[in-house]
Design a protein around this ligand. Structure first.
Ligand code: HEM
Length: 425
C-alpha cells in the first residue's frame, strides 16, 4: 500500500500453519483471512499479497476451503459455468456446506444452479440492465442531494449519515416502497443485514435479525397483494408482470428476490461509498484531480472497486475432481476466490497498490464473473458516482475528521463501521 494508506504493513499474525519452505513466517490461513481478524480487517492487502506469492492455491484446512488469490485463477473459476453454487451439493465439512447452506431451505439466486438460477435471473434481470438503470440516475441524485443537504458544516460520521442511508432509500424507491415507510423499512433492512452478514456473535442481533426478516417478509407479501390489483412502475410490479413471458414468479419467489436485492445491494453499495471517500481523502492529489475534471468520476469508481474491493470474496463448488496449479481438489470442495487479491495481482496491474483514478486498465473482479455476475453492478456504480459528486459539491473542503475510523468486521466484506470526515464550505 502507499505510505498514506491505512496499512499496518505487517503480514499475518503468527499462529497459522508453517510455510512449506519452513523459512518464512507461517502462511496466513482460516480466520486470519477474514475481516473477523483485526489485522486483516485493518488492511487485508499485504496479507493477501503474501499468500498469493507463497501459496496461490491455498488449502485452508481450518475453514474447509481452497483460497485462490491469483487474478487469472480467480477469473477462470468464476467464469467456469460447470462449477456449482448450491451449497447442498457441497461436501460435508467444506466451507460452503457448513457456512452457506441449510438442507431444509431453498437457496437464493446467488446460491442456485441452473436451470433454477437461469430462470430466476431471467425473470428479474430486466430492470437492472444499463438502459433501465440509467433512468434512475436523476432519482439517485435527488436522494443523495436530500440526504447530504441535511448535513451541517463540521465533523460527521460519513457512514451513518451518507453511505448507509442513500442505498437503502434508493432500493426502497426502486421496489416501490412508500416514502412514509422508508424509515421503518431501513430499520428492518439494517437489522436483517446485520444478521445475514455480521460476525453473529451477539445473540440479540440474531433474534433482532429474525424478527426483522419476518416483518420484511410480511411487508413484501402485503405489497405484492396491493400491486396485483393496482400495478405500478416499480420493481415489485415488474416481477408480478407476466406479460413478456409465459413463466411467472410465485409470491414466495418474489419475496425472496426482494430480500436478496436488499441484502445484496445495501451493505455492498454503502461500503463502496465509504471506501471511495476514504481513498480520495487519503490521496488528496487524486481528489484534486477529480475536482478539476469531473469527467473522471466513472474511472474513479472503477478504480475504487479495484483498489478497495467492497466484496472481498466469492466462491464456487468444484463440480469434479480437478487440479489447479498442481493442487488436487476434490469434487464438492469449496473454491473460495479472493476478489480483493485478484484486484491487486501485480501480474495484471502495474503498481497494484497505487490508487490512480486515471488508470488505463480499469477491469476488475469486484462484481464477480460468469453466470452469477452481480446483477446490481450498474445501479451500484451510478449510486456511488452520484453520491460522491453531490458530496464534493456540498463540501468543497472535505477532509479526514479527528474521530478517525473503525472498519466493520463482516466476513467477505470490506467497509467501515464509522468514518469521520470534516465537511467545510
Ligand atoms: C458495490 C456494490 C456491489 C458489489 C461490490 C457487489 C458484488 C457482488 C458479487 C461479488 C456478487 C457475486 C458474483 C459472483 O460470484 O460471480 C454479486 C452478486 C449479486 N449481486 Fe451484487 N454487488 C453490489 C451491489 C449490488 C446491488 C446494488 C444489487 C441489487 C440491488 C446487487 C444484486 C446482486 C445479486 C442479485 C447477485 C446474485 C446474482 C446471481 O447469482 O446471478 N448487488 N454481487
Amino acid at each position: 500500500m502507499n505510505p498514506d494508506s491505512p496499512s499496518s504493513g505487517s503480514p499475518a499474525s503468527s499462529d497459522g500453519p508453517v510455510s512449506p519452505d519452513g523459512l518464512e513466517n507461517p502462511i496466513p490461513t482460516g480466520i486470519q483471512l477474514m475481516a473477523l481478524d483485526p489485522a486483516f480487517r485493518e488492511d487485508p492487502y499485504p496479507i493477501l499479497a503474501d499468500l498469493r506469492r507463497r501459496d496461490p492455491v491455498h488449502h485452508d484446512v481450518q475453514l474447509g476451503r481452497y483460497v485462490l488469490t491469483r487474478h487469472d485463477d480467480v477469473e477462470r473459476v468464476l467464469r467456469n459455468p460447470n462449477h456449482w453454487s448450491d451449497p447442498r451439493k457441497a461436501l460435508p465439512g467444506s466451507f460452503s456446506h457448513e457456512f452457506l447452506g441449510r438442507d431444509d431451505q431453498e437457496p437464493s439466486m446467488l446460491l442456485m444452479d441452473d436451470p433454477g438460477h437461469k430462470r430466476l435471473r431471467n425473470l428479474v434481470r430486466h430492470p437492472f440492465k444499463p438502459r433501465a438503470v440509467a433512468k434512475w440516475r436523476e432519482r439517485a441524485r435527488e436522494v443523495a442531494t436530500r440526504v447530504i443537504s441535511e448535513l451541517e458544516e463540521g465533523e460527521f460520521d460519513l457512514i451513518a449519515n451518507v453511505a448507509n442511508p442513500i442505498p437503502t432509500v434508493v432500493i426502497a424507491e426502486l421496489l416501490g416502497v412508500d416514502a412514509e415507510l422508508h424509515e421503518q423499512f431501513k430499520i428492518w433492512s439494517d437489522a436483517s443485514s446485520k444478521g445475514a452478514f455480521g460476525p453473529a456473535n451477539d445473540p440479540a442481533d440474531v433474534v433482532a435479525a429474525e424478527e426483522a426478516s419476518e416483518c420484511l417478509n410480511g411487508f413484501f407479501r402485503d405489497e405484492i397483494e396491493k400491486r396485483r390489483s393496482c400495478p405500478g412502475q416499480d420493481l415489485m410490479s415488474s416481477m408480478l408482470n407476466t406479460e413478456q413471458t409465459d413463466d411467472r414468479l410465485t409470491d414466495e419467489e418474489i419475496v425472496s428476490q426482494c430480500t436478496l436485492l436488499l441484502l445484496a445491494g445495501n451493505l455492498t453499495t454503502s461500503d463502496l461509498i465509504g471506501n471511495s471517500v476514504s481513498a480520495l481523502l487519503r490521496h488528496p492529489g487524486q481528489l484534486e484531480k477529480l475536482r478539476g475534471n469531473p469527467g473522471l468520476m466513472q474511472n474513479t469508481v472503477e478504480e475504487v472497486l479495484r483498489y478497495d474491493t467492497p466484496v472481498t470474496n466469492s466462491g464456487r463448488i468444484a463440480h469434479e475432481d480437478m487440479e489447479i496449479e498442481g493442487v488436487k481438489i476434490g469434487q464438492g470442495e469449496t473454491l473460495s476466490v479472493s476478489l480483493a487479491a485478484a484486484n491487486h495481482d501485480p501480474a495484471v496491474y502495474p503498481d497494484p497498490d497505487t490508487f490512480d483514478i486515471e488508470r488505463k486498465d480499469t477491469h476488475h473482479q469486484a462484481f464477480g464473473g460468469g453466470t452469477h455476475f452481480c446483477l446490481g453492478s450498474h445501479l451500484a456504480r451510478l449510486e456511488a458516482a452520484e453520491t460522491l459528486s453531490v458530496l464534493m459539491d456540498r463540501f468543497p473542503k472535505l477532509s479526514l475528521g479527528d474521530a478517525g475510523h473503525r472498519y466493520a468486521g463482516n466476513p467477505s466484506f470490506r467497509g467501515f463501521e464509522t468514518f469521520s470526515v470534516l465537511g467545510e464550505h
